[in-house]
Design a protein. Structure first.
Length: 299
């Protein structure tokens, strides 16, 4: 819609080349099909079918020449997050953690800064910048008082929405996560959050807030990718519920032997019940190791 507005009369009788099938529905902008017809575009070439809309049919019905599926395999990686979210109706979830070689994220006295070095931290901030939202549990806010903004990396995208799963509204009014930028506190119904904080009410389950409802709320607000940055309790709930699509783990060359584990109980009592994951990438970042992995899903 923006490109057509900028092209103005130059778009008349023109050909539109896009990665995704133009939509026939109203999202953040009006239907792309309406904008194309208003602009007088004669031909549309696109790579990937939109699983949520049928814009190509609408255009063909009124005489626009449409070619779909062109270079689809080349276009798919760039649309992977959007497509995955469109198929599931929830944002793509990446769980990020930093741990010692023995899988600890904080020492016995709860100190946790810094497990990894500057290169790994800058890389983690780049991943933050690539996500629409960053989510932590209230335990992490109370323990670390994080800002959750991308500050160290090289990617300068609009900062992600910061989200705190905080059933009882325990986020302190002076918490750094509430300063400078957009933050959403997910609280249980009827709970009062600090004055001025943007909140969303999410029903409780035995483990905490209902993560399916929370993800649905975020999707409704336009969030298509969420980086879950801990802690162990919130991450375990995500793993248990099967909502983690990918993990990015940074391993620092330290041993603690005691302290907070990277993940709380996920209901695995015996090795046969262990959850299978597949390693996608291993990269050494100036002395730390970054592992990207995906759960192996049946079917
Ligand atoms: N190295 C790392 O990568 C890393 C990253 C983050 C945190 N950490 C460390 O992890 C520690 C904090 O982790 P944590 O496990 O104690 O707390 P957490 O996972 O950050 O937060 C847990 C809290 O989130 C709330 N919550 C809401 N919905 C939930 C759900 N569905 N499932 C689980 N929790 C839900 C609950 O609050 P209520 O209790 O109010 O119900 C719960 O107690 C700190 O020591 C921090 O330094 C390390």
């Amino acid at each position: 819609v923006t490109a057509l507005a900028e092209a103005g009369p130059a778009a008349r009788e023109g050909t539109l080349v896009v990665t995704l099938e133009p939509c026939a529905s109203t999202g953040r902008t009006g239907p792309c099909t309406t904008a194309l017809l208003d602009a007088g575009v004669a031909r549309v070439v696109y790579a990937i079918d939109d699983p949520t809309s049928t814009g190509a049919d609408v255009l063909r019905a009124v005489g626009v020449s449409v070619a779909g599926g062109v270079l689809a395999d080349d276009a798919r990686p760039g649309l992977a997050v959007w497509l995955a979210a469109a198929e599931t109706g929830r944002p793509l979830v990446t769980w990020k953690f930093a741990s010692t070689l023995d899988g600890r994220t904080a020492a016995a006295d709860t100190t946790s800064q810094w497990i990894t070095g500057p290169a790994a931290r800058a890389d983690a901030h780049d991943w933050r910048a690539r996500h629409d939202a960053v989510l932590v549990g209230i335990g992490t806010v109370l323990a670390d008082d994080p800002t959750l903004t991308p500050r160290l990396g090289t990617i300068h995208a609009p900062p992600p929405l910061r989200v705190v799963a905080d059933p009882d509204g325990r986020t302190p009014a002076h918490a750094r996560v509430l300063a400078g930028g957009a933050t959403l506190l997910a609280v249980a119904p009827g709970v009062r959050a600090p004055a001025g904080a943007d909140t969303v009410e999410v029903p409780r389950t035995a483990a905490g807030l209902d993560l399916g409802v929370l993800l649905g709320e975020l999707y409704r607000r336009g969030v298509r990718s969420v980086l879950v940055e801990g802690g162990a309790r919130l991450a375990a709930s995500f793993v248990r519920a099967g909502y983690v699509d990918r993990a990015i783990g940074y391993l620092g060359p330290l041993l603690l032997g005691a302290g907070r584990p990277v993940l709380d109980d996920v209901g695995v009592g015996t090795i046969d019940a262990a959850r299978p994951w597949q390693i996608e990438d291993v990269t050494v970042l100036a002395g730390d190791v970054r592992i990207i992995a995906r759960p192996v899903r049946e079917g």
